[in-house]
Design a binder for this molecule. Structure first.
Ligand code: ATP
Length: 233
């Protein structure tokens, strides 16, 4: 299964060339995307999730064309944002996780089993009947993750998933994102947009985005060094 391949990609939003001439071929299991505010990282994440289309160039994610094979991409790619409120739709925690499986053709008992296992795994079993909107920010992000992982995605695209979390919840969320790929619900690849450079270090490879273009790809330590060297203190 191939990962991410971009060839000469341009994305224009309004009057802005947000991504310019991006060419990438990445097969790492975890990819960090780092760079300054407004450099184009979220747009790159949205491009890989099929939420934004390229104006020029070719995009392949897991070998799929995100425009022509949008339904298949949505089935195999899960997206996590900084603000979990954008992803929580059902009144209770258990219903919200079950909602993620609505499109899966599975027997009802199997769906219930998967929801139960996912709630356990994300430490939400005791909160199953609680109102999803009354959870704390950290619990909500775990719920968003639970809803993403219950579908057993092949790729998780996470855009600053720890931005609003305290240290303990940030670590919990990160541990789930990087979870042992032998776990039945976690044999996924990860694209992680983050300003947390320690988190970026945990990835297999990193991409530096500067002013709408990818300027470096390589081991996270090298890419972070380049990024930090370019910041005027
Ligand atoms: N829908 C849009 N229309 C016009 N410009 C946009 C749109 N979305 C994003 N942009 C612009 O594209 C640029 C890149 O935005 P993007 O959100 O991808 O950056 P980012 O690197 O994720 O930033 P941050 O680290 O602050 O989240 C910014 O200048 C932003 O204002």
């Amino acid at each position: 299964m191939s990962g991410v391949q971009l060839q000469g990609v341009h994305v224009r939003l309004g009057d802005t060339d947000v991504l310019r001439d991006v060419t990438l071929a990445l097969d790492a299991r975890s990819i960090a995307v780092v760079g300054e505010n407004g450099s184009g990282k979220s747009t790159l994440a949205r491009l890989l999730s099929g939420l934004v289309a390229a104006n020029e160039g070719t995009v392949r994610v897991l070998g799929l064309d995100p425009v022509r094979q949008a339904a298949e991409l949505r089935r195999r790619v899960a997206v996590i944002f900084s603000n979990p409120d954008a992803q929580i739709v059902m009144p209770t925690v258990a219903e919200d996780v079950a909602f993620s499986l609505r499109a899966e053709k599975l027997p009802r008992a199997e769906k219930a089993r998967r929801v139960g296992a996912a709630l356990d795994r994300f430490g939400l079993a005791d909160l199953a009947d609680r109102s999803s909107h009354d959870l704390s920010g950290g619990q909500k992000q775990l719920l968003a993750l639970c809803g993403a992982f219950v579908r057993r995605p092949d790729l998780v695209v996470a855009d600053e998933p720890t931005a609003y979390l305290d240290a303990r919840n940030a670590r919990r969320v990160a541990d789930h994102l990087f979870a042992d790929t032998s776990h039945p619900d976690a044999s996924h690849r990860l694209v992680l947009v983050t300003h947390d450079l320690r988190l970026a270090q945990r990835c297999d490879t990193a991409v530096l985005v500067q002013d709408g273009t990818v300027t470096q790809v390589g081991p996270p330590a090298h890419v972070i060094e380049t990024y930090e060297a370019g910041i005027p203190w």
